[in-house]
Design a protein around this ligand. Structure first.
Ligand SMILES: *[C@@H]1O[C@H](CO)[C@@H](O)[C@H](O)[C@H]1NC(C)=O
Ligand SMILES: *[C@@H]1O[C@H](CO)[C@@H](O)[C@H](O)[C@H]1NC(C)=O
Ligand SMILES: *[C@@H]1O[C@H](CO)[C@@H](O)[C@H](O)[C@H]1NC(C)=O
Ligand SMILES: *[C@@H]1O[C@H](CO)[C@@H](O)[C@H](O)[C@H]1NC(C)=O
Ligand SMILES: *[C@@H]1O[C@H](CO)[C@@H](O)[C@H](O)[C@H]1NC(C)=O
Ligand SMILES: *[C@@H]1O[C@H](CO)[C@@H](O)[C@H](O)[C@H]1NC(C)=O
Ligand SMILES: *[C@@H]1O[C@H](CO)[C@@H](O)[C@H](O)[C@H]1NC(C)=O
Ligand SMILES: *[C@@H]1O[C@H](CO)[C@@H](O)[C@H](O)[C@H]1NC(C)=O
Ligand SMILES: *[C@@H]1O[C@H](CO)[C@@H](O)[C@H](O)[C@H]1NC(C)=O
Ligand SMILES: *[C@@H]1O[C@H](CO)[C@@H](O)[C@H](O)[C@H]1NC(C)=O
Length: 487
């Protein structure tokens, strides 16, 4: 895994050009750098087992120096999974065998059927001990904790029939990649409350390569499954685990509220197709914090349905916080908004990110036919290194669910507040493409520094309007609207 520390073996912050150009920014950056370094250290180093009696809290991130506002901000506190379950059992008690070869699909399904009967009150916990537990898809239940002990690995089955076909999501009208139904996720939940997936950094490994090959060689019949999908649920916590090699988007909360995803490591090869890290979709009150993600697609992508299907369902994504996420994705974005956004996306806070060697830092993607809106998006304190286009607004690639899309359905994009961005060694100035007939308004930028760009490079701006203050290099004329919402 490429960590920040590995990527910094060249002391990039020591380069002569960097210091001479930016001496006044040293102090705040060193601080930011050390916070991030500490964060990525614990995300990347194998923690030794604690000595007996030692505090079990290994994540020193919790104790990192306070940020400027006096404490480490967290959005996770509003929902903590009920800590003590009444019944705690091991998958082995349901006939599970962790040898990496025996199928445990029936053991997991049996365990969940049993625990479903215990969901009143404090509910139950299913422990997965050290070992390699091969399984097909199974569902979760309410008031339930799936707990992966240290060294526990859940392996996704290589038989597509172990990932049965389910209905498409109503806000997409069809599978995202293929018409009709879609493969269910490896771990699935629908209509639940109080669900926790956690543990001592155990691993859920989708063994996605077989699925990527089906995609590459064009023999995929139905849309690939997610590693974890939770639908129509409230109070969901996913924490302290490693997810790897998902067939498709890794974590997909859809039609949910009160979701916390924190202290996660999410990995997929940088070439694996559509292996987004976390995709909150038509969900509200979502908190994503302290995650390290590297994958072949967006690290985090906020969505809300596709064209006329998303518009008629009209389930927005709102009140989403994405904070202290670091990682890399060479062909995609650190954080993406869209491109499926037809149910609307509002009130998103994206802050304290560290993105490197990626195609874009923050990208807003939408299209003609999408309808919906994107509003009140706050993006601040982002450090980027070798990110090609630090800030990008763009059109999709004419990607519609079917012929029923409405060319008159234009998205309304308004109120994008971007500040305290620091980008080193980008290759393009911002590219901001709004749409004919749907100017993106109130694009506000303050204290944005992009270094290392060729002096001849200009911003590319079309159908956008906003204001920029203390932004280098000099922004386009469209970003100098003194009657904009920014002032
Ligand atoms: C930026 O590019 C310069 C020149 O290629 C290089 O010396 C420096 O290490 C790079 N810095 C980062 C953070 O990539
Ligand atoms: C969890 O495991 C992953 C993968 O082995 C590792 O990269 C990461 O550093 C571990 N996280 C912690 C907190 O130990
Ligand atoms: C889950 O537990 C809560 C109380 O903690 C209870 O109100 C609720 O009915 C339980 N849910 C189910 C599906 O049993
Ligand atoms: C899991 O839930 C889905 C729908 O939510 C359902 O179609 C499927 O049959 C369930 N699988 C099992 C094994 O119960
Ligand atoms: C997270 O996992 C680590 C590594 O196994 C463990 O020591 C720690 O107690 C876990 N943290 C929480 C909050 O569960
Ligand atoms: C496509 O990939 C799958 C999965 O690896 C493989 O089973 C299948 O034989 C491949 N088909 C072709 C036509 O290459
Ligand atoms: C927004 O979500 C956060 C968690 O990220 C939660 O603490 C807060 O109460 C939510 N706000 C509203 C208005 O629901
Ligand atoms: C904008 O979103 C933030 C949360 O990201 C929220 O606190 C604020 O109230 C929203 N502003 C408006 C005008 O809705
Ligand atoms: C400008 O942004 C940088 C981060 O890129 C931050 O360290 C600095 O404090 C900001 N300056 C002001 C005046 O807010
Ligand atoms: C300037 O911004 C205001 C408010 O967002 C908008 O109504 C107006 O059309 C913009 N003017 C230009 C020239 O883009």
């Amino acid at each position: 895994m490429q960590s920040f520390m590995d990527s910094s073996d060249k002391p990039m912050f020591m380069s002569a050009s960097w210091t001479s150009l930016n001496r006044p920014r040293w102090a705040p950056l060193i601080f930011l750098f050390s916070v991030i370094a500490i964060l990525s250290l614990q995300l990347t180093s194998k923690s030794p087992a604690p000595p007996p009696g030692a505090s079990r809290r290994i994540y020193p991130a919790i104790n990192t120096p306070p940020l400027a506002d006096g404490g480490k901000r967290s959005c996770a506190g509003f929902f903590r999974g009920p800590a003590d379950r009444k019944v705690v059992m091991s998958i082995a008690e349901f006939g599970g065998v962790g040898d990496g070869r025996t199928s445990n699909t029936e053991a997991f399904r049996k365990a969940v059927r049993f625990m479903d009967g215990l969901s009143a009150g404090r509910g139950s916990q299913l422990n997965v001990p050290k070992g390699r537990w091969l399984t097909g898809s199974f569902n979760l239940t309410s008031n339930f904790t799936l707990f992966l002990e240290e060294g526990a690995v859940i392996l996704g089955s290589q038989d597509p029939e172990d990932w049965p076909i389910v209905q498409p999501l109503p806000s997409y009208g069809r599978g995202r990649e293929r018409l009709g139904g879609r493969h269910i996720s490896l771990i699935h939940g629908d209509g639940l409350m109080n669900v926790v997936i956690t543990g001592n950094n155990g691993t859920i490994d989708g063994q996605g390569r077989m699925w990527w090959e089906l995609w590459w060689n064009r023999t995929l019949e139905h849309t690939r499954g997610h590693l974890v999908e939770i639908m129509n649920s409230q109070n969901v916590l996913i924490s302290n685990l490693t997810f790897r090699d998902s067939p498709f988007w890794t974590v997909h909360p859809v039609y949910c509220s009160n979701v916390v995803i924190k202290d996660m490591t999410i990995l997929a090869p940088l070439t694996a197709p559509n292996t987004d890290g976390i995709d909150p979709d038509s969900s509200t009150n979502v908190c994503i914090e302290d995650c390290y993600i590297e994958s072949g697609d967006d690290l985090v992508a906020v969505k809300s349905g596709w064209d006329h299907y998303g518009m008629s369902m009209a389930r927005p994504s709102s009140n989403i916080t994405i904070r202290r996420v670091s990682g890399t994705t060479p062909t995609c974005s650190g954080v993406g908004i869209g491109s499926e956004m037809s149910g609307g996306i509002a009130d998103v806070t994206i802050e304290d990110l560290h993105i490197w060697d990626s195609a874009a830092g923050v990208r807003i993607k939408t299209d003609v036919g999408r309808g919906g809106y994107i509003s009140n998006i706050s993006i601040k304190n982002i450090l980027m290194e070798r990110v090609k286009v630090p800030i990008r607004f763009s059109r999709g690639s004419n990607d519609h669910p079917d012929e029923g899309w409405d060319p008159k359905a234009l998205p309304a994009v308004k109120g994008i507040f971007i500040r305290d961005i620091y980008s080193v060694n980008s290759t393009r100035a911002p590219m901001l493409d709004g749409m004919v007939g749907a100017v993106f308004e109130g694009i506000c930028m303050r204290n944005v520094t992009m270094l290392g760009l060729h002096p001849n490079l200009r911003w590319h701006c079309e159908f956008v309007s906003g204001f920029a203050d203390r932004v280098t290099p000099v922004p386009c004329l469209e970003m100098q609207n003194t009657s904009s919402l920014c002032l």
